[in-house]
Design a protein around this ligand. Structure first.
Ligand code: SF4
Length: 382
């Protein structure tokens, strides 16, 4: 269940909350794309897999790339990997890039899933966040995507300054007009060195109180579950059969190869690597046949902590058997001990041998997971 990820590091303009790597210098697009093919060529032979369950074009704004060029990446990948018959091929799109001819061409070249960055149906929110699109473009984009694709997802942001619960409900109801088989919803977070961080520090923008953000999160979960969506990961809701293959593999710690500036890779066991977050340095290195990447080797404690975080955020939870078999009895006992107080509070529960989060505590999942982390390296000897 391995994946291939292409990071297209270009955007028309910078959204105020975004800390992903991208450049607005679109004239460098072709040299970066060429370097990305070179990177794939250099790295594919060392990939710990030979077949792909998913290919994902993310960014940045991959919908700034023509379908023909995306298709050439797909063809290129076939030189190195076989495709599983059910392969999921996702393109992240911004609403202002959605055109009928573009969607038709995507289908021809093999893209079979769209992830649309809606974020909000209110122009005031979109303007505040400095998104490049407006609400009218969202409606138009969704109508077209619904016409051509059966598998698509839309991204929404909640906890936007000034957003009331009533506003959020309107966003959710508008999204549901299109019966999307998948929805991702993220709380607006203040990342360092973003315009939003500056605005908050200067008191130009006031963040919503946490209880209001939680009310929005709770409404979404309850409402979508009543309509048959599975809340299969903290930020993700899918109809059965429409979970993101790419993201599920990531949460289940399957290997993936990330190509492009700033892209991360994981070998499925103990090694993560990431590319330089600078388009110029990236291109220059690859022109010299060198990879511009750093690698981190994960200790047993690192891997245990990652297993807790990714597992607890999903509907599958953390399997005690997996902890025992992968890390040994010391880790198993540690997990049981650490979980005890949260079991008493009924924030966590055992579902068979899997530790899962109660609905009422899902908003707190990252804090709960952190509380189960192992910091004491003595236990790393088991
Ligand atoms: S379009 Fe996406 S990647 Fe680009 S600035 Fe906005 S949030 Fe970031």
């Amino acid at each position: 269940m391995a994946g291939l990820y292409f990071h297209i590091p270009f955007c028309k303009q910078a959204c105020h909350y975004c800390n992903f790597h991208f450049s607005t210098q679109l004239n460098h697009k072709s040299s970066v794309l060429e370097a990305m093919k070179k990177e794939l060529e250099l790295r594919a032979k060392d990939a710990p897999f030979t077949s792909l369950a998913s290919i994902y074009f993310g960014g940045g704004s991959p919908s700034l790339v023509s379908p023909e060029t995306l298709g050439s990446f797909l063809e290129f990948s076939k030189r190195y990997f076989s495709w599983e018959s059910s392969i999921e091929i996702t393109l992240e799109m911004n609403p202002d890039d959605v055109e009928e001819a573009y969607l038709k061409d995507l289908l021809i070249y093999g893209v079979n899933r769209i992830s649309l960055g809606v974020q909000s149906f209110f122009d005031s929110d979109l303007k505040q966040m400095n998104r490049a699109h407006n609400a009218e473009q969202v409606w138009k984009a969704l109508r077209l995507i619904q016409k051509y694709f059966t598998n698509y997802s839309l991204d929404l942001i909640y906890g936007i300054p000034g957003q009331t619960l009533a506003d959020w409900k309107i966003n959710v109801f508008n999204a549901l007009e299109f019966e999307p088989p998948h929805i991702s919803a993220y709380a607006l977070t203040v990342e360092p060195k973003t315009v939003l961080a500056h605005q908050v520090a200067q008191k130009q923008i006031e963040l919503l109180p946490e209880e209001e953000v939680k009310a929005q999160f709770d409404f979404l979960g309850t409402h979508l579950e009543s309509l048959g969506y599975d809340h299969y990961e903290s930020s993700n809701y899918g109809k059965p059969g429409f979970y993101s293959v790419n993201n599920t593999a990531y949460w289940q710690r399957k290997p993936y190869l990330g190509i492009g500036p700033s892209a991360h890779s994981y070998n499925g066991t103990d090694q993560r690597s990431w590319n330089v977050s600078n388009n110029h340095t990236y291109v220059k290195s690859l022109q010299d046949n060198r990879l511009a990447q750093d690698t981190e080797y994960l200790s047993q404690v690192d891997r245990y902590n990652e297993t807790i975080m990714t597992g607890l955020r999903t509907q599958w939870g953390v399997s005690l058997e997996v902890i025992r078999e992968s890390f040994g009895p010391t880790f198993e006992t540690y997990l049981e001990d650490q979980a005890a107080k949260h079991l008493d509070l009924d924030y966590l529960f055992w579902d068979g041998d899997c530790l899962r989060v109660r609905k009422k505590a899902q908003f707190l999942v990252d804090g709960l997971a952190a509380d189960l982390f192992l910091l004491n390296l003595d236990a790393d000897e088991s």
